[in-house]
Design a protein around this ligand. Sequence first.
Ligand code: AQP
Length: 329
Amino acid sequence: MKRMVSGIKPTGELTLGNYIGALRNFVKYQDDFDLYVFIANLHCVTVPIEPAELRKNLKDAIALYLACGLDPEKCTIFLQSDVLEHAQLGWLLTCMTYMGELNRMTQFKEKTHNQQDESIGAGLFVYPSLMAADILLYDADYVPVGNDQKQHVELARDLAQRFNNRYSETFVVPEPKIAEVGARIMSLSDPNKKMSKSEESNKGCIYLLDDLNVARKKVMSAVTDNLAQVKYDKENQPGISNLLEIMSSLSSESIESICSRFEGKGYGDFKAAVADVVCEELAKIQSKYHDIINSDMIETVLKDGAEKAHKQAFKKLKKVQKKMGIDIM
Ligand code: AQP
């Protein structure tokens, strides 16, 4: 079985973007791949966050992983900080990463464009090297990501190749795996921006734990256009195209079929149908989430997951230390 590794950083509540672009695909992949999915808690502290809020987000995220259908019998689920090798390999790879590479990262530029260097945390700058370690520790063949993370997987590939060339064959060079539909779900209030959990106003972002009435309202007030046609045209109708992507990925109905079903109908009808599909999906997830969050399942899953992940990570880190000459035996 080919191996796949991915993670989500719960800097806030998980979003519909995380679900469509990542989680939902993990659930499909767990049957065909040896899947490792982690909660990227070390990545959460690259920006200031309240400890109580972070703790709640982490617990919710694990419960949501399980509620969305990840099965600990089929895949390895763990907390990144429980496997200490992530931080150490992260440091070693940081030392092999060039400033120029990190400077080119569009996520870094987007997240810091209004800030002075003096107030930007160094962790935010170097986190792509830690992400490379997250992937390379497990000899991942594939990394399922949304479009926004593709550049980071490219860096992991470059670092794997750089290490292999310098110290001999050690790492598998991973490939990004990007779904055709839903790789970049956009904000409902500004369809030219990605739907993000750290968005300032939360009107454009549907959270997986949103009250269903709130979620419905967000869809009904999504920004569209005045062209009065349900058509997939990202350039001229980014709002409608985004709603089409959301509906198509959640219902598995093709975009063409949705467009022809809504030909001649108003945006109100179309939005109501999108809201129905979104709320139906959220309702299923939330009902499972409530059962899980009140059980002791989370603790057991994380303990078993960390043990299994650690075995693999420990072997790989030892190999790396030996090749770099930082061990003495
Ligand atoms: N809007 C999105 N559309 C499609 N995929 C998305 N992903 C995130 N947002 C969307 C995918 O989810 C996985 C985990 O991402 P993450 O939460 O670890 O980091 P992120 O991409 O930085 O997400 P946010 O919500 O934008 O977080 P903040 O606001 O904290 O930076 C990845 O595979 C990602 O592609």
